[in-house]
Design a protein around this ligand. Structure first.
Ligand code: ADP
Ligand code: NI
Length: 228
C-alpha cells in the first residue's frame, strides 16, 4: 500500500506514478505467487504417490508455457490455479474433495480478492480427470492440459507405477489385468492425447503418447521373452 503522502507526490508525476503503480502491482502478484509456491512446497514435499511438489511445479511450468501460446489467457489465474490444483484432491484427503475450503483458506490468508479466489476455485473444479468435468474457461483448459501432460511420457510412466505401488497394485498380471498399473494405461493414459484442449498440448501429448506405446511394446516383449 502506498502511504498517502507518496500518493500525493506521485499524482504530480503521472507517468512515473503509473509506472510505479504497474510495477507494484506486478510485484504484488509475483509476491503472491511466491507465497503460494512456498505453502505448496511445504505441504507436498516428499509425497510419494505421484502428487509430489515437483508434479505441481511441472504443471505450473507447462501451464504457463501453454498460456504463452493462447492469446487472452490470464496468466495470474493460470499460475494460481496450477499451483493449488491438487491442494484438496480427494485422493489425498481420505476420499473427500476439500479443494474449495483449502484453496479459499490459503488464498484468503494472502489477501487475494474474493472474486479472484472464486475464479481459481472454479478453474480447479474443472481440471480433474476423475471428476469428469468439462473445462470451460480458457484458464481451466490450459491447467487441465498441463496436468494431463504430466500423466504422459516418461514422467507419466514413472507416476503410474509410483501411484500403483502406493495402492499395492501389481505392475501387470496377464491372468487378472484389471487392477494392475498397466491397466491404467488403457483406462486413462492412452486416451489423453485426444482430450487435449490446446494446440501446443496436443503436439506434446502426441509425442508422449508414442513414448507410452513404445514402452508398452518393450514391456510385453520383455515379459514374454520376445525381445528381438
Ligand atoms: P493428476 O494429479 O495428474 O490429476 P490423478 O490424481 O488422476 O492425476 O493421478 C495421479 C497420477 O497417478 C497420474 O500420473 C495417474 O496416471 C496415476 N494414477 C491414477 N490412478 C491410477 C491407477 N488406478 N493406477 C495407476 N496409476 C494411477
Ligand atoms: Ni495434478
Amino acid at each position: 500500500m502506498l502511504p498517502g503522502a507518496s500518493g500525493a507526490r506521485l499524482r504530480s508525476e503521472p507517468l512515473v506514478s503509473e509506472m510505479i503503480r504497474l510495477s507494484l502491482r506486478t510485484m504484488t502478484k509475483e509476491a503472491i505467487i511466491a507465497a503460494v509456491r512456498q505453502q505448496i512446497r511445504e505441504q507436498f514435499s516428499g509425497e510419494g504417490t505421484g502428487h509430489d511438489y515437483f508434479h505441481i511445479e511441472r504443471v505450473v511450468r507447462n501451464a504457463l508455457r501453454i498460456a504463452g501460446t493462447e492469446p487472452g489467457a490470464d496468466l495470474f489465474l493460470v499460475a494460481l490455479a496450477a499451483w493449488v490444483h491438487d491442494l484438496g484432491d480427494y485422493k489425498l484427503h481420505g476420499g473427500v474433495d476439500r479443494s474449495e475450503a483449502l484453496i479459499t483458506t490459503l488464498l484468503g490468508s494472502l489477501n487475494i480478492p474474493q472474486d479472484t479466489i472464486a475464479k481459481v476455485v472454479e478453474i480447479v473444479s474443472q481440471v480433474s480427470f476423475s471428476k469428469g468435468k468439462t473445462a470451460e474457461s480458457l484458464e481451466a483448459k490450459i491447467v487441465q492440459d498441463a496436468d494431463r501432460l504430466d500423466a504422459l511420457g516418461a514422467i507419466g510412466i514413472a507416476r503410474v507405477f509410483a501411484f500403483g505401488g502406493s495402492r499395492h497394485r501389481e505392475l501387470y498380471n496377464p491372468d487378472d489385468p484389471e487392477q494392475t498399473s498397466i491397466q491404467h494405461f488403457y483406462d486413462k493414459l492412452l486416451t489423453l492425447k485426444d482430450k487435449m484442449n490446446t494446440s501446443l498440448a496436443r503436439t506434446i501429448a502426441g509425442e508422449r503418447h508414442r513414448y507410452l506405446e513404445a514402452f508398452l511394446q518393450q514391456f510385453y516383449a520383455e515379459w514374454n521373452g520376445e525381445e528381438s
